[in-house]
Design a protein around this ligand. Structure first.
Ligand code: DGT
Ligand code: CA
Ligand code: CA
Length: 546
């Protein structure tokens, strides 16, 4: 379902681009008004459209806009915006994110100097030529310079797994310094989000100025952006931003809660506090002038009537209601896992997977083998006892029509069969049908890389997941959580949806990377019973019927 906010964003983005292009100002204003109406309306526009309600009956929405809103609700896209995005260079649009630059000024910059991206803007801003433009005073130019400097880097995001080592190294580095008592990396990193924008580090230290001197000498620091009395910001050699904040011991819990976020979780907690006549900020929870909680996060939650919420759940996806009614999930832990699936192509990879499984003290190992090397690997497994139960899984591809591409005699040789969908350009309806057909195939037991997404790179397929998960549940089929940090497919949101529909999940590791999949599972509210990897060998056997 498209939310009002999403529709409004599309309309106001369209208005921005129309203005940059120099279209009729009255039309531009009509789009902006419509966006505002949508954003402030208590009615759910998606629902109105689906119910066939005549939108032109609402103030401020004429015939054209009504059609546009229908298009956005029904397709999730807007043709006019897509046309404008083709016409106007992407870099020009990005200039809008600089504070002080609206569409009018961006248009001036583009038309007068041909400035079409951040780099152009930076050059002109530093050269002093911008002040030739009417309305560009020294204050605005200073703002632009600041914006360019911050934004260039703030725009990039990193995979969680990509910053993991650096984050841990930094934590150890800080803990080594005399007088540093506690170090925590808060923010999205603590919430184990698949990608992070920057690192937010909190420290309790006797002498913060000395710690911050030490901090900026960390060997990966490339640039010191700011150094203040309680906060410093640096950029590392890979352009990762790191903020260091000094926190007082007595308010550490409140600060850790505040800087762990997410922002929308914090906002909901604050609302809850207000309802109880309390005030909450990064220093504590207050009743009038009296501080009633601040030392630990548990204290903070307790003071607003909630049980402790694990960081991975703090995304405002229902965790606050669940905490209120003591019905938070008992999140899965690494200890619960009795075996993972590993992808192998070569014999060396088989040996390595066995070694890792033993190191992890697993009861069994599921080897996932592509159909092209299945027979060879199968023989290799059969001819050697490895002191661990091995389950042999065959992976086959599913074509555009939902048919699997493998001969029956090969399918019979595996303990169970996984399917992966080939990419296919289909509309949402056809895609859903294709998935359902694949899931109804009696051989297929698990769907791999279900959405074919790539973190930060590619959105997953567009289809009706409710329908697909209902079908999976009905036919007893499982969905993969691919642990490769580049994929993490299913995503946290879809894992939660799958669990809500009672669909079982299977962790697939990639060179022993299952902890990333596990993080994602926790973010998706996964409990022990939801994950096949927590089943005993006998139970797995029963589930897959081999
Ligand atoms: P990121 O860095 O984009 O991956 O995401 P976060 O969640 O780490 O966000 P960041 O670094 O901007 O801020 C860290 C935390 O600080 C955030 O999760 C919640 C808190 N915070 C930041 N700004 C605000 C705010 O305006 N209001 C509230 N309530 N909390 C905020
Ligand atoms: Ca952050
Ligand atoms: Ca930050």
């Amino acid at each position: 379902m498209v939310t009002n906010k999403q529709i409004a964003d599309i309309l106001s983005k369209t208005a921005d681009l129309m203005e940059i292009k120099g279209e009729n100002p009255f039309k531009v204003r009509a789009y902006r008004n419509a966006a505002r109406i949508l954003e402030n309306s208590a009615k759910d526009f998606s629902k109105l459209v689906k119910e066939g309600f005549d939108l032109t009956k609402l103030p401020g929405i004429g015939h054209d806009l009504s059609e546009y809103i229908k298009e956005i609700v029904n397709t999730g896209k807007f043709h006019k915006l897509e046309e404008l995005q083709k016409e106007i260079p992407k870099g020009v649009v990005e200039l809008l994110s600089i504070e002080g630059l609206g569409p009018k000024r961006v248009k001036q910059l583009y038309e007068t100097f041909g400035i079409k991206n951040m780099d152009d803007l930076k050059k002109y801003a530093y050269s002093g030529e911008l002040d030739k433009l009417p309305g560009f005073g020294p204050k605005l130019i200073e703002k632009i310079l600041k914006g360019v400097k911050q934004l260039k880097k703030a725009g990039i995001r990193f995979l969680w797994a990509e910053v993991e080592d650096t984050a841990n190294e930094l934590k150890d580095y800080l803990l080594e310094f005399e007088g540093v008592e506690t170090v925590d990396i808060a923010g999205s990193f603590r919430r184990k989000k698949e990608s992070v924008g920057d690192l937010d580090i909190l420290v309790i230290a006797k002498d913060y100025p000395k710690v911050s001197e030490y901090f900026i000498k960390f060997h990966k620091v490339k640039e010191v952006y700011s150094k203040g009395l309680t906060r410093s910001t640096v950029f590392l050699d890979n352009d990762l931003q790191v903020d260091l904040r000094a926190v007082a011991k007595e308010s550490y819990g409140a600060a850790l809660h505040y800087f762990t976020g997410s922002k929308s979780h914090n906002i909901e907690i604050r609302k809850l506090a207000i309802q109880k006549g309390l005030k909450i900020n990064e220093y504590g929870v207050y009743k009038g002038n009296e501080r009633i909680a601040s030392l630990t996060e548990e204290d903070v939650y307790k003071s607003v009537g909630l049980e402790y919420v694990e960081p991975e759940l703090r995304e405002n996806r229902g965790e606050i209601e669940a905490a209120m009614s003591n019905s938070l999930p008992k999140l899965i832990k690494a200890d619960d896992i009795r075996g993972v699936m590993e992808n192998v192509i070569t014999k060396e990879e088989v040996d390595k997977a066995v070694l890792n499984a033993k190191k992890n003290q697993f009861e069994y190992l599921i080897l996932n083998v592509d159909k092209d090397c299945f027979l060879e690997i199968n023989e290799y497994i059969a001819n050697k006892n490895r002191d661990i139960k091995i389950i042999r899984c065959l992976t086959v591809r599913v074509d555009e029509n939902g048919e699997i591409e493998a001969k029956e005699d090969l399918l019979e040789k595996a303990d169970f069969v996984c399917a992966i969908m080939k990419e296919a350009e289909l509309n949402s309806d056809m895609q859903t049908k294709r998935y359902i057909k694949a899931l109804q195939n009696p051989y297929v037991k698990v769907l791999l890389r279900p959405s074919l997404r790539e973190v930060l790179k590619k959105e997953g397929v567009d289809l009706d997941w409710d329908e697909v998960f209902e079908c999976a549940n009905k036919h007893h089929k499982a969905m993969e959580i691919n642990s490769n940090p580049k994929y993490l497919d299913l995503s946290d949101v879809l894992i939660k949806k799958a669990i809500d529909k009672n669909v079982k999940l299977l962790l697939n590791s990639y060179h022993n990377s299952f902890k990333y999949g596990l993080n994602q599972a926790r973010r998706g509210w996964c409990e022990k019973e939801d994950l096949l990897n927590t089943f005993s060998y006998e139970r797995i056997k029963k589930f897959f019927n081999f």
